[in-house]
Design a protein around this ligand. Structure first.
Ligand SMILES: [Zn+2]
Length: 460
């Protein structure tokens, strides 16, 4: 009897810990070459609507314009009953985002991304009547400068899958946007090529759902492309390895047989049915900001933040809050919580001493506050007279300061948050559309600087 009671109590406490599991089902709607891809998008939208499921269709700007030009108002209307995101203006036409962003620094990159991508956002708004709920890069053509540009375009969520940055396969804040990105092991994609392989995908789904439920809830990410359901190769093979042929020279991708297409639709239907029976909740990108706490966190007491930041500059998660290194630096500076960007470049310290006179340090502190207020980003370095401290060294020094002694001891920074950014400058950007041998270490370095803004997202 006592053992039964203990078991009941254990079950009850486990039930309490169970969190909600969400399935974010999204479709990169991008093929503007093969007209049958329009019908595939229509069928997917209608089938899912019949099944009572809302998905997120990330639409390419040129695809939206093509649907309009072809008079496919049936497709536009069917997609509009789901959530509409954005998936770049022309997707694979050269130069793709990583190519042009790699050549630019932080501020120039933001301006260039805005210039190139603003048209597509405007066309999505005009044709679908909504601001896109999210953006995701074409292929792995990712660059951190896209984040501030997207925020200014009114897009709050970054939804895609690649390896440049991520935190343990769950949503996170980076660059002031809520990211569903780098989601392994919570990325589940049943292969459309064989119904025999569906069992393995469903088993992976079940493992992910059980694990998320046990840790208080979370998101499973699943994506397809409507074009995959009707072609055996991607439409953008036209732009492979840096090619950029004229429109008149574009060739059609190879089509699936009708039987093969039916198999693809059947696999998706079986997956959706399995997820529904498992009791997960289908969500869209537009739901995410309602389910997760916002970027501006409730802050902790200064002592807890100082103890953490004196040792390491990385995010801090407590039962009360999730704070980025930037959030905590602002708190240490006595500033109001707000979204800021990371620094534009890496500058090492050249301050020669081991201590800083109190008055000089206070001036540096006020100057840093002034810089952040003026630029809405963290400085790359902080001046102590004619010498400078790197941002990480300044943060560690500020965190270690007691605020009273005549001299402030200089501490060395330890920007641990940078380890969440990929160091594989080739693999992180491997995409058939990029020129052969393409790599972008510059973009990963900029991302490491922006990791000041990185932190896990917290379910409300
Ligand atoms: Zn795509």
């Amino acid at each position: 009897m006592r053992r039964l009671l203990a078991l009941l109590i254990l079950c009850a406490s486990l039930a309490c810990a169970k969190g909600p599991v969400y399935l974010l089902l999204w479709f990169d709607t991008e093929d503007y070459i093969e007209p049958a891809a329009d019908d595939a998008a229509l069928r997917l939208a209608r089938d899912l609507e019949k099944a009572g499921v809302r998905a997120t269709f990330k639409v390419v700007g040129e695809k939206a314009r093509t649907l309009e030009a072809r008079g496919r108002w049936d497709v536009i209307a069917a997609l509009s009953r789901h959530d509409i995101g954005y998936h770049a203006d022309t997707h694979s036409q050269q130069p793709t985002p990583a190519l042009y962003l790699k050549e630019l620094g932080w501020l120039e990159g933001i301006a260039e991304f805005s210039r190139r991508e603003g048209r597509g956002v405007a066309d999505i708004r005009r044709i679908f009547g909504v601001i896109p709920s999210c953006y995701g890069q074409p292929g792995s053509s990712w660059g951190p400068q896209s984040y501030p540009a997207l925020r200014r375009l009114g897009i709050p969520v970054y939804l895609d899958e690649a390896t440049q940055v991520g935190i343990e396969g769950q949503p996170f804040w980076f660059g002031g946007m809520l990211n569903v990105f780098h989601m392994e092991p919570n990325l589940v994609r049943p292969s459309l090529e064989s119904e025999d392989r569906l069992g393995a995908a469903l088993a992976k789904f079940d493992r992910a759902a059980a694990s998320l439920e046990a840790r208080g809830g979370g998101v499973i990410s699943t994506y397809f492309h409507p074009t995959e359901f009707i072609t055996t190769e991607f439409w953008d093979l036209n732009f492979a390895r840096g090619a950029n042929p004229e429109r008149t020279a574009w060739r059609m991708p190879h089509r699936r047989t009708p039987e093969e297409s039916e198999r693809c639709y059947r696999i998706l239907a079986r997956y959706v049915e399995h997820a529904r029976k498992a009791g997960v909740r289908f969500i869209t990108a537009r739901d995410l900001p309602l389910l997760y706490e916002g970027p501006v966190a409730r802050t902790l007491d200064r002592r807890a933040i100082a103890a953490h930041m004196a040792q390491r500059q990385t995010f801090l998660v407590t039962p009360e809050a999730s704070l980025s290194a930037a959030d905590m630096l602002l708190a240490l500076l006595g500033m109001e919580p707000q979204v800021v960007d990371g620094p534009t470049q890496r500058k090492e310290s050249n301050y020669p001493g081991s201590v800083i006179p109190r008055a000089a340090f206070e001036r540096a502190r006020l100057d840093t506050v002034s810089f952040i207020r003026a630029n809405h980003r963290l400085p790359s370095h902080v001046w102590i007279g004619s010498a400078r401290l790197s941002l990480a060294d300044f943060a560690a020094t500020l965190a270690g300061d007691d605020g009273a002694s005549a001299e402030v001891a200089v501490r060395r920074g330890n920007p641990e948050m940078e380890r969440y950014v990929s160091t594989d400058a080739t693999g992180a950007f491997s995409w058939a559309i990029h020129p052969e041998g393409f790599q972008a270490p510059e973009l990963l370095e900029l991302a490491r600087l922006q990791a000041w803004t990185l932190k896990p997202a917290r379910l409300k």
